[in-house]
Design a protein around this ligand. Structure first.
Ligand code: GAR
Length: 190
C-alpha cells in the first residue's frame, strides 16, 4: 500500500479531488491531511472523507522536526501540497527528496515566488495583460515555486476576464489534472 499525505491551508477542493480519485484503490491511500490552519475548509472535508487531520503551528513546523519525524515514521511515499501556503522547511525537503509535489495556479516561472499565491496570482496575471494562464505541478525544494516542473496545462485569458474568471478557469484545470498527475508520480511513470 502506498501512502499519500496531503498538506492544505484553505478550502481544500484539490485535496478532496485527490482523495476521491483514490477511493477504492487497493494500492494507494490518502492516510493523512495536514494543515496549519484550524479554520481551513479542508478540515471539514477531511472529516466527511474519514481521513485523519494533523494540525500544527508555525513554531512546531519551523523550530522542531516533529512533523518530519512523524511523516518518516508513517513511511509516507508522497507528500502532496494542495493549496498549502507555508514554505517547506529544509529538514522536511531533505527527508523526502523528489517526494514532495506542489500545484501552482499559473504558468511558472512567471507569477511565482513569495507572496504569489491564491488570488494574488490571478490579480497579477490580469494586471500584466496576459493572454494565457494555467497550472504548474512541480517538485518542491527549499525555495518557493522553484522545483523541477512535472506538468503544465494552459487556459486562455481574454481582456474582459476578471481575476475571479481566471481563478475559475485555472481551478477547472487543477481538478482535471492534479489527481492523475499525482497517481503517475506515485507510480514512477513521470
Ligand atoms: C489552488 O488554486 C492552488 O493552486 C493554490 O491555492 C489554491 C487552493 O485551492 N496554491 C497556491 O497558490 C500555492 N502557492 P483549494 O484549497 O480549493 O484546493
Amino acid at each position: 500500500m502506498k501512502r499519500i499525505v496531503l498538506f492544505a491551508s484553505g478550502s481544500g477542493s484539490n485535496a478532496e479531488k485527490i482523495a476521491d480519485y483514490f477511493v477504492g484503490n487497493a494500492d494507494v491511500e490518502v492516510s493523512l491531511i495536514v494543515s496549519n490552519n484550524p479554520k481551513a475548509g479542508v478540515i471539514e472535508r477531511a472529516r466527511r472523507l474519514h481521513i485523519p487531520v494533523l494540525l500544527f503551528d508555525r513554531k512546531t513546523f519551523y523550530d522542531t522536526n516533529r512533523i518530519t519525524q512523524l511523516l518518516l515514521n508513517q513511511n509516507v511515499d508522497l507528500i502532496v501540497l494542495a493549496g498549502f501556503m507555508w514554505l517547506m522547511p529544509a529538514d522536511l525537503v531533505r527527508a523526502f527528496p523528489n517526494k514532495i509535489v506542489n500545484i501552482h495556479p499559473a504558468l511558472l516561472p512567471k507569477f511565482g515566488g513569495k507572496g504569489m499565491y491564491g488570488h494574488f496570482v490571478h490579480e497579477a496575471v490580469v494586471a500584466a495583460g496576459e493572454t494565457e494562464s494555467g497550472i504548474t505541478i512541480h517538485y518542491v525544494n527549499e525555495h518557493y515555486d522553484e522545483g523541477q516542473i512535472i506538468f503544465q496545462a494552459h487556459c486562455l485569458v481574454v481582456p474582459t476576464d476578471t481575476p475571479d474568471d481566471v481563478a475559475k478557469k485555472v481551478q477547472v484545470l487543477e481538478h482535471e489534472h492534479y489527481p492523475r498527475i499525482v497517481a503517475e508520480v506515485l507510480a514512477g511513470l513521470i
